[in-house]
Design a protein around this ligand. Sequence first.
Ligand SMILES: CC(C)(COP(=O)(O)OP(=O)(O)OC[C@H]1O[C@@H](n2cnc3c(N)ncnc32)[C@H](O)[C@@H]1OP(=O)(O)O)[C@@H](O)C(=O)NCCC(=O)NCCS
Length: 234
Amino acid sequence: MDSQLQKATASGAVPEEPATCRRSGAETPGMSAAGTAPLLAPAQPPPDASPSLHHHHTLPASEFRSLGLQDALSVFQIEQEAFISVTGECPLLLHEVQHFLTVCPELSLGWFMEGRLVAFVIGSLWDQEKLTTEAMVLHKPHGTVVHIHVLAVHQAFRKKGKGSVLFWRYLQYLQGLPHVRSATLMCEDFLVPYYLRFGFKAKGPCEITKGPLRFIEMEWPVGEPSIPRRDSEH
Ligand SMILES: CC(C)(COP(=O)(O)OP(=O)(O)OC[C@H]1O[C@@H](n2cnc3c(N)ncnc32)[C@H](O)[C@@H]1OP(=O)(O)O)[C@@H](O)C(=O)NCCC(=O)NCCS
């Protein structure tokens, strides 16, 4: 089990390599003010300066954490570029993203670089053998199947291994959840080889369609001994 991820998911941010930068806007979620760097600030602010202009925060160069409602818009912006602009469809509409990040945020995982979302996974629980249209919008708290709704990487960061690193972390995290028996997802034909690499098996055509799009249902049995292992923790 990836104890760092467990911690990240349980308690918010897990900073890796800290990077200092200056922000004048709102607090970054999951971030502590303890690491505030005074380097760029004058010793005494001018009397007419707004206090908000003198807030300095340390944003982690790289962190993994579960997503919250405050991340929904960033998620949807990546989805718009990755899916809607290509096919007119996307795995989750904004209100669906908001729903899942409200009811089961612990089944999401985001990768942030200097505070910016670069890749994410959103899942929920499902309680049937196969995915049905209801699975697209429901979280079944007593289900034992993690339905992975979406994995996406920001356009500028694709094909650099980021999606794989994030997805491995997510699957390792799922392995540590005692109530989870399997993970399932649906993808288009062209991504079947991608998910096979993680140990997913193709179950066959999915009954769900989106406009002209057809999908293959893929399954990953959590905890199966033949699952490829990538680190020495296991
Ligand atoms: C698919 C996706 C999540 C992969 O993440 P990534 O960080 O770009 O991918 P990685 O660098 O980890 O792995 C690269 C592999 O991804 C697969 N891949 C990525 N994009 C692909 C595409 N458009 N067509 C086919 N395979 C693709 C290939 O197997 C590739 O390996 P290769 O470079 O040897 O061909 C990412 O490209 C993405 O967000 N794409 C747009 C949204 C999407 O299609 N999401 C999946 C459906 S839920």
